[in-house]
Write a protein that binds this ligand. Structure first.
Ligand code: SF4
Ligand code: SF4
Length: 341
């Protein structure tokens, strides 16, 4: 079985600490059981009663306009979402509903910058106190100030991923429009120092570098700069997720494969789903699901949505490699065709 969306080969080599080892040491048997359930779901062995992992988009807001993101694409507007925030009491109900059914992990992200949310630290603590084992956060790092660093380290967060995508201010400014390279580098270094001073191994710290044409020449410099400091560096391939095709072509490093020639079995609908900031749900972490939701958490409970015929259909076609039977999956796999589907 081939995987089309693969993290770059560098990533595995760039682990200073294996996150699973750190967490198994910290959390014990419960953690190893959750990882086994996750593996069984991802390999299509078990149909779970509830997603094992949730991506929760607290709001549809960001403080940057990165060139590889819908926020940086002037042709992409999703009026139904603009400025939307998810009700925190409904998020708490979903956690309470899911944990007895095997919900074990969550990430407070969708297409958003979570550090903009005042409720973030409280929601991480709530998740931790109510049985969520693995709590992830992806951020652009701009608001990762000293207080936020201490609050996050003490909150129960298990993974933090900061995206920088450059080894120089010049390249950073071209990609992460509205950001400040020096500030983000300072914030990362201070976070690592505070974590060490607090004697904590958690959260496991990952830096992410999405490889695109404007930054392809700085991969090695980036790795050299950070490899002895952070726990993990992920060099990710560019996912073609903006509407403007010309912009996509200018960013992608390799030609995208036409879907008809692609063998792909997507494991995501077997293990995880996203709750978008208006309550819509789709069984994977991709932005594409926003256009074709399988339900809404303000209309029904997530258990019913997850066990519905629609989700079962998306699971089954993806197990068989027949992603082309669902227009959103077909568009996602072919990428280039997403807005023509
Ligand atoms: S920080 Fe993330 S969500 Fe915000 S514009 Fe950049 S890629 Fe998009
Ligand atoms: S849209 Fe379909 S193929 Fe793409 S990640 Fe989601 S479930 Fe998988």
């Amino acid at each position: 079985m081939k995987e089309r969306i693969a993290v770059d080969k560098y990533s595995k080599a760039l682990l200073r600490k294996v996150p699973e080892d750190v967490l198994a040491e910290e959390l014990g048997e419960k953690y190893t059981d959750y990882r086994k359930r996750w593996h069984d779901a991802q390999t299509f062995k078990v149909r779970t009663p509830f997603p094992i992992h949730l991506d929760i988009e607290l709001s549809y807001k960001c403080n940057l306009k990165c060139i590889m993101c819908p926020y940086g694409d002037p042709t992409y507007v999703h009026p139904a979402y603009k400025g939307q925030s998810l009700d925190t009491s409904r998020i708490k109900e979903i956690i309470k509903e899911g944990v007895p059914l095997g919900l074990s992990a969550l990430r407070y992200n969708g297409l958003s910058e979570p550090l903009l949310e005042k409720s973030l630290v409280e929601l991480i603590r709530y998740a931790k106190e109510n049985g969520i084992l693995d709590i992830f956060l992806t951020t652009n790092g701009m608001l990762l100030n000293k207080k936020m660093a201490i609050d996050l380290i003490e909150s129960g967060l298990t993974h933090i991923m900061v995206s920088i995508d450059a080894a120089t201010a010049e390249t950073y400014n071209k990609i992460r429009v509205g950001g400040n390279y020096e500030r983000v580098v300072k914030n990362v270094n201070r976070f690592l120092e505070i974590r060490e001073n607090l004697g904590s191994q958690l959260p496991v710290f990952r830096l992410t570098y999405t490889k695109m044409q404007p930054n392809i020449g700085e991969v090695n410099a980036f790795v050299d700069m950070w490899k002895d400091k952070v726990d993990h560096i992920a060099i990710a391939g560019y996912l073609n997720n903006i509407q403007n095709k010309e912009q996509n072509d200018n960013l992608a490093c390799t030609p995208l494969r036409p879907s008809a020639q692609t063998e792909f079995h997507c494991w995501q609908p077997w293990s995880r789903c996203t709750i978008f900031s208006n309550g819509d749900v789709f069984p994977c972490c991709m932005n594409y699901g926003r256009s074709t939701p399988v339900g809404n958490i303000f209309k029904e409970d997530l258990t019913s949505i997850w066990q519905s015929d629609r989700v079962r259909f998306i699971q089954d076609i993806n197990r068989k490699g027949e992603y082309f039977k669902d227009p959103t999956c077909k568009a996602c796999v072919s990428k280039r065709d997403i807005f023509e589907a």
